[in-house]
Design a protein around this ligand. Structure first.
Ligand SMILES: C[S@@+](CC[C@H](N)C(=O)[O-])C[C@H]1O[C@@H](n2cnc3c(N)ncnc32)[C@H](O)[C@@H]1O
Length: 277
């Protein structure tokens, strides 16, 4: 299997090991039936959109009347593919604003905007038109497989921004997909001190602390084929833990322990969240 260096290619190789997309498609159809508010949604903020694989699927299945997508994605290769994928899926029917920046930087724009209103110096200079920062106008925030990349402080800020500044107060929904403790990559991370991955258990506790309620939760399991070449696992590991010098061989040895028969699990949660009054 030829290895290509970009993050989208790494992710695609890992995703070939399991059938999460197929599982999510069925769950998204159920959400679409259960939440009529999704049908009426016109504005969506997607964070960590990647090249758009799951997020575009969500829009296609659950948000048929979407007019505006705001995407915040930090990886340049993902942004390039995302633009092409949005165009091939929606053409000119969807107005998309793609911000190539981290979620932290996007949140900072709001804080700078507030600073400007109070005449305090702003810390981030960005050529975005600040008037375009939606304020309580978003119907759906999508955060599929991204919260675990954020540190504790950013996560706390993210929950506050979702429900204090972005989502409509009456019926805005936050949709999350996160990994559980039994996820193949979480187990791989746990094989090596001091690495560990954040899982849905912690995220759910944090949501409760922030007065956010999970109103629908799907727990799903996809078998992962760990029997083939570990080059993508090694690269994904290095992407998640930038300071890691672990060799591909050591990753391969750990894979044999967590998946002795060549099979592991991609165990995840898909959650719908609202703010409790
Ligand atoms: C596992 S991918 C998920 C992509 C997409 N949501 C999907 O499920 O198909 C995680 C994405 O989040 C992006 N990401 C990670 N940390 C980020 C951050 N702090 N700000 C913005 N994007 C981030 C990565 O570049 C990557 O594209």
């Amino acid at each position: 299997m030829a290895f290509q260096e970009t993050y989208p290619d790494m992710l695609k190789l890992y995703r070939r090991r399991h059938n999460e997309l197929e599982v999510l498609q069925k769950l998204m159809d159920r959400l679409s039936n259960e939440y009529p508010v999704l049908d009426r949604a016109t504005t969506c903020l997607s964070v960590g959109t990647g090249y758009g694989e799951y997020d575009i699927e969500f829009i296609r299945r659950c948000l048929p009347n979407l007019k505006t997508l705001i995407a915040v994605e930090v990886n340049h290769d993902c942004v390039l593919e995302l633009k092409a994928n949005l165009h091939s899926n929606f053409g000119d029917k969807l107005n998309s604003e793609i911000h190539e920046m981290s979620i932290g930087e996007y949140m900072q724009l709001y804080d700078d905007h507030n600073d400007e209103r109070t005449n305090e110096p702003s810390s981030t200079k960005n050529n975005l038109n600040l008037k375009n920062l939606p304020n309580k106008e978003i119907d759906v925030v999508l955060a599929l497989h991204v919260i675990y990349f954020l540190n504790k402080q950013s996560r706390a800020q993210f929950y506050k921004k979702c429900f204090g500044q972005w989502l409509r107060s009456e019926d805005g929904l936050l949709i999350l997909a996160n990994v559980t403790d039994n996820h193949s990559m979480v187990k791989l991370a746990n094989s090596f001190k001091p690495y560990s991955s954040l899982t849905s258990t912690t995220i759910k506790d944090e949501l409760i602390e922030n007065n956010v309620s999970i109103v629908r939760e799907f727990n799903y399991r996809c078998p992962v084929d760990m029997s083939v070449d570990t080059v993508d696992l090694h690269r994904l590991f290095k992407y998640s833990f930038k300071d890691s010098n672990l060799s591909e061989e050591r990753i391969g040895e750990a894979v044999k322990i967590i998946a002795p028969d060549g099979r592991a699990f991609h165990d995840c949660d898909l959650c719908v969240c609202i703010k409790l009054n």
